[in-house]
Design a binder for this molecule. Structure first.
Ligand code: G6P
Length: 521
């Protein structure tokens, strides 16, 4: 092992950088310039960062990871390649952000696919196989024939666009996102060899324990596809270690890991890459600002009125808030069971504490999602029928997405947030809630099965698989001295401030050029 490692070029650590702050968009751009000079950036994702609203009007989400990358790209210039989600031209020139109007902006290349291929990639393999597999929900896997080949084709098409782009663009790095695009780097290397800019990948979802990976041919391809990057980032150490375990099970003694870099002897030669742990995050100051903005506050009060949570005299009734896509991995049924326990064991909560559940529909072309939405509806109806009282409903559901302007004050006004994901790569709602609770005593009840639970201090962790325990923790948490609650929130918020989304981006891209090692060198 020593001789192979010593034959590899010296590679610096991908770990945190001390004394180099990155707390704002400005500092992120400075970091980028120091790292890559004037070179542009090339980003790939399944979804587009903006929505074409017609007649040249674009809307972009006001926060979130995608919009942070969108802002960086607008400042440093480059290209974003994504599968097309809305109408409009195939190429869009995205203007720079308003606050930096002399920046280059970037090109959005929107790859159009035949609807059958798109569906087989999206609903078929990505969300019919990969999503349930990596969320530990084997019973929901629907491996229809041909969907993996659609997945490969779409990844190849994306790779083709990258290779085409490299003829005219010399990016400092190519940054690829998520499980829908895990084979793009492999396809790029097949098409263009190894003289390439550094290829970075971020795996946003969990990695799971896979006792027998060699029995799953698609998984072997996926893992080897991930090894084709120069850096792969994971949300938590746990997920990274499970990935390493899978690599070891597949490649046995040909795997060398020194805590930062991974080398695998493949038939083509030695692949060396860095494996990093970079918990995805938010810009807490942005959410804090939004939570107090008068227009958002007005919008939030309207939602509370719609949900029956504004009492006479406009006082807000106590509520817990949950915000997520209608996805089985978010534990909606487990959440209902927890509330049932809470109202049974602590009847004093009946009539005095509701749940406001913001749950936009998701992935409706996937059968498992349609079925799940129906089950959730029935469970909520049962709960409401059992515990509801005239003028009070235990669970209010808003089945559409709300803008961050409205969500932020809804987080701020809440007595708590209830996050019951049975498995989640990170869970940014937890961080958004805390950012909006600055100086307040709303309690975050966070599932221990989320990445967020592994990466913050001062949390009240619940277990969606243990309804009695979770109900007890909720009751106790809400009964705690408000000062203690505020202090716990402050502690958790300071971890988010240290590990904000700008730092996440910096750590993903830092020293990447030094990892760009051709196969076999
Ligand atoms: C997760 C995935 C993203 C995905 C998002 C929404 O966060 O990591 O890749 O875009 O869910 O899912 P959707 O299928 O609507 O894109």
């Amino acid at each position: 092992m020593a001789s192979i490692l010593s034959s590899l070029p010296g590679i610096p650590s991908g770990g945190p950088v001390r004394g180099l702050e990155c707390r704002s968009s400005e500092e992120m751009v400075d970091f980028y310039r120091r790292e890559f000079g004037q070179a542009p950036l090339l980003v790939l994702s399944n979804r587009e960062p903006i929505v074409w609203e017609g007649a040249g009007a674009l809307s972009s989400p006001p926060g979130g990871v995608s919009s942070t990358i969108h802002r960086l790209l607008g400042r440093v210039g480059g290209k974003w390649i994504a599968l097309r989600d809305s109408a409009g031209p195939g190429l869009l020139r995205i203007p720079p952000p308003r606050e930096a109007s002399d920046s280059p902006g970037y090109i959005l290349h929107r790859l159009s696919l035949d609807p059958g291929l798109r569906e087989a990639h999206y609903a078929g393999f990505s969300n019919g196989v990969l999503w349930p597999f990596f969320h530990g929900d084997q019973g929901r896997i629907d491996a229809s024939p041909g969907t993996f080949s659609a997945y490969v084709q779409v990844n190849r098409r994306m790779a083709g666009k990258v290779v085409e782009s490299l003829a005219t663009l010399s990016p400092g790095a190519v940054w690829i996102h998520d499980y829908q695009l895990a084979l793009v780097a492999r396809e790029i290397r097949r098409m263009a060899g190894n003289t390439l800019p550094p290829l970075a990948f971020f795996w946003h979802i969990p990695w799971v324990d896979i006792p027998e990976p060699s029995g799953l041919p698609w998984l072997c391809e996926l893992v080897d596809g991930l090894l084709c990057h120069d850096r792969v980032g994971f949300q938590t150490e746990g997920y990274r270690d499970l990935f390493l375990k899978t690599v070891r099970l597949l490649h046995g003694t040909r795997v060398f890991w020194d805590g930062e870099r991974l080398s695998v002897m493949t038939q083509a030669g030695i692949r060396t890459l860095s494996l990093g742990v970079y918990p995805v995050s938010i810009d807490p100051a942005h959410f804090d600002r939004l939570s107090r903005d008068p227009e958002g506050v007005r919008g939030a009060r309207e939602i509370l009125r719609e949900a029956g949570l504004l009492k006479k005299g406009e006082e807000i009734a106590p509520y817990l808030v949950s915000v997520e896509r209608m996805d089985y991995s978010k534990g909606f049924l487990e959440r209902t069971a927890i509330l049932e326990e809470l109202f049974t064991r602590h009847p004093e909560r009946i009539g005095t504490l509701s749940l406001l559940q913001v749950a936009p529909p998701s992935r409706q072309s996937v059968e498992a999602y349609r079925q799940y939405a129906g089950q959730v509806q029935r469970a909520v109806d049962r709960l409401n029928a059992r515990f509801g009282r005239p003028g009070w409903t235990p669970v209010r559901t808003i089945s559409r997405s709300l803008s961050q302007e409205v969500l932020a004050p809804l987080y701020r006004f809440a007595s708590g947030a209830l996050i019951t994901a049975t498995k989640d790569g990170m869970n940014l709602v937890a961080k958004e809630f805390l950012a909006c609770q600055r100086g307040r005593d709303g309690v975050l009840f966070l599932s221990r099965h989320t990445g967020a639970a592994q990466t913050m201090d001062g949390l009240t962790l619940i277990d969606p698989f243990d309804a009695p325990l979770s109900a007890r923790l909720i009751h106790q948490g809400l009964s705690l001295d408000p000062e203690i609650r505020r202090r716990k929130n402050g502690l958790a918020l300071s971890s988010i401030e240290r590990n904000n989304v700008f730092r996440w981006m910096r750590d993903n891209l830092r020293a990447l050029g030094d990892f760009s090692v051709p196969v076999g060198r």
